[in-house]
Each structure stands twice: as C-alpha cells, then as structure tokens.
Design a protein around this ligand. Structure first.
Ligand code: PBG
Length: 329
C-alpha cells in the first residue's frame, strides 16, 4: 500500500502545533459587546429572551463598559430604549436623550480604552416600530427618513460616539450621514454601515430587548431577502462609494457565504453581527444538554472570523473575552 507523502495529521499532533498552524484567531479586540440602555428605570431589567443580558441604566451600562474595556474588547455598541415614542422617533435626536446621555457617561468612564459605537436607527424610538417615518400607505418613506438619520447621527457624534452605525437599510443613508457629519464639524467620526442586513427571524429576541417589533407589517420592504447574495455585494459597493469606513453583514451564522463573498470584494474592515437569535439558539441548546455553551460559542465566533469577518458583534463577546483570557489567548 502506498502511503501519502503529505500527512496533515502531523500538524494536529499537539495543542502547541495546532496553535502554531491555526489559520484564524479569536481575540477580545475583535469583539463588540451590545448594550441596551433604557430610560426611566431605577435598576437593570433582565431580558428573558436574551439570557444573561439586561436593559441597563446609564449607571449599570458604565459598569458593563468598564468590564468590556478591562477585558480588552474592541468596542461596545449602544442601543437606546426611550420612555417616549412618537411617529417620527424624535427622541433619537434629542441631545439629552438616553443614548446621548449614556455616550457621555461611558466616555467619562472608559476614556479611549474601548470604542463607542452608536446604532443609528429609529425603530426603538417610533411608536409604530418601523425604522423610518411612514407614508400614508404605510410604507417607509426613504428620503424623509434620511433627513432624520442625519439629525440622529450628528446628535450622537456630538455626544461623543466614535462610530455611527446606521442600521435602517434606507437607500443613501451613508452619504446622507457622511455629509451631515462633515457639515457639523464631525469629519473624524467614522461610519460602520450595516450594508447587507437581512430580514430574518433571527432578530426576535432583540426586538424584545429594544422594544422595537413593528406594530404592523414587517421589514421586508427595506431589509434584504435571505435568498440573495449578489445583492449584498451591490449594497456593500454602494456604501463604500458613499463613504463608509467599515461595512457589515448581518446576521452572521446564516450568512457565512455572504461574509466570505463580501470579504473577497472589499478591503475595508468587515464586521459581522452574530445576532440575538443566533445567541439564543446556542444558549438554549446548551441548556437542553446538546453541547457545552462555551465550546459552541467559541466555535461559532471562530467560524465567523474564518469566513472573513474582522470584527464580530456578539452577545457572547464579554463571556468569550473572559474564556479567551482563561485559556491564555
Ligand atoms: C434595528 C436593529 C435590529 C437589530 C439591530 N438593529 C432589529 C431589526 O432590524 O429588527 C437586531 C440585532 C439582533 O437581533 O441582535 N435598529
């Protein structure tokens, strides 16, 4: 019998050899921790749909951000849950609003130790739960919504956000926000564009956390159809042309092919959002005894990096950073 010349198992023989020959590494600096800051609560509220996560007060968000900075996470991503909602989501551009207040408090607490990213959208702020203002026929009015995104972005930048992350999937949102930021003197504030964001059931737990489920209809009129991937390449190209500094594919685990495809097309930093439903699948399967949560989460995060994402936003980010530290990474 002829034996093969190349023996891949040689490099799998020991943990040290496997570590040396690993093609992908997971590092806390690649990870981003999402935070929900809710206005008008006296203490954090545990989120049943997102086990281990809470709606934070500004004070408890500061504690979380300090932990994130200590663990060396790359960034925290802020979502606001306001007391008052209206048809246009006007609390989103209130300079004293919940996210703006949290941005200032987090900056005071962590300085420059970790990047502060502000999600820029209206669905947490509108009484109808859509990501923009509605036309009389119930559809989202793209261009009127852009004007509001510009106000939100400028208000978040003024409160100290390093990065504005528009997540509403309106056409032209990146160029609108870029010119508004530049005109207001925030030409150094970066944009992380949610470029290829799909309409998926995987956002279920988030909508509880951020209290933003659409009261009627769905988001298929603006978010992408999961059937498409060439379209993702076009969306990313548009955002790059409009001035995005970083681009994103969302969700992650059901879009690994899209991440790989986008990676081969752009050289900008690429983020992937390992969304709430993906987190919940791992947590609930682990609780049911299917596998160990830590092993499953680290494997999933590694797979997202292997597919080509530089940055991974994940509800496992803080825990993963702790696990990586414990294993001496
Ligand atoms: C919208 C927004 C959503 C998420 C992030 N930003 C929800 C949606 O589009 O319905 C989902 C994130 C997650 O599921 O973890 N502003």
């Amino acid at each position: 019998m002829a034996f093969p010349e190349e023996r891949p198992r040689r490099l799998r023989r020991s943990p040290a050899l496997r570590r040396l020959s690993a093609e992908t590494r997971l590092h806390p600096a690649d990870l981003v921790h999402p935070l929900f800051i809710r206005e008008g609560i006296a203490a954090p509220v545990a989120l049943e749909a997102l086990p281990g996560h809470r709606q934070e007060t500004v004070e408890s968000a500061v504690v979380e951000a300090r932990r994130a900075a200590e663990l060396g996470l790359g960034a925290v991503l802020l979502f606001g849950v306001p007391v008052r909602k209206d048809a246009s989501g006007s609390e989103a551009w209130n300079d004293e609003g919940i996210v703006q207040t949290a941005l200032r408090a987090l900056r005071r607490a962590v300085g420059d130790a970790c990047v502060l990213i502000a999600d820029c959208c209206l669905d947490e702020y509108t009484d109808h739960g859509h990501c923009g203002v509605l036309r009389p026929d119930g559809g989202v009015d793209n261009d009127r919504t852009l004007e509001l995104y510009a106000r939100v972005a400028v208000s978040q930048a003024a409160a100290g956000a390093d990065v504005i992350a528009p997540s509403g999937m309106m056409d032209g949102q990146v160029s609108m926000i870029r010119s508004a930021l530049d005109a207001a003197g925030f030409s150094d504030t970066a944009i992380l564009a949610y470029s290829a964001k799909y309409a998926t059931v995987m956002y279920g737990p988030f909508r509880d956390a951020a209290d933003c489920a659409p009261r009627s209809g769905d988001r298929r009129g603006y978010q992408m159809d999961p059937a498409n991937s060439r379209e993702a390449v076009r969306e990313v190209a548009l955002d790059v042309a409009e001035g995005a500094d970083m681009v994103m594919v969302k969700p992650a685990l059901t879009c690994l092919d899209v991440i790989a495809r986008v990676r081969s097309e752009v050289s900008l930093p690429l983020a992937a959002y390992n969304v709430s439903g993906e987190y919940a699948m791992i947590v609930h399967a682990a609780r049911a005894g299917a596998f160990d949560e830590r092993a499953a989460a680290l494997e999933a995060l590694t797979a997202i990096r292997r597919a080509g994402a530089d940055i991974v936003i994940s509800y496992h980010a803080l825990q993963a950073a702790g696990w990586l530290r414990d294993q001496g990474a």
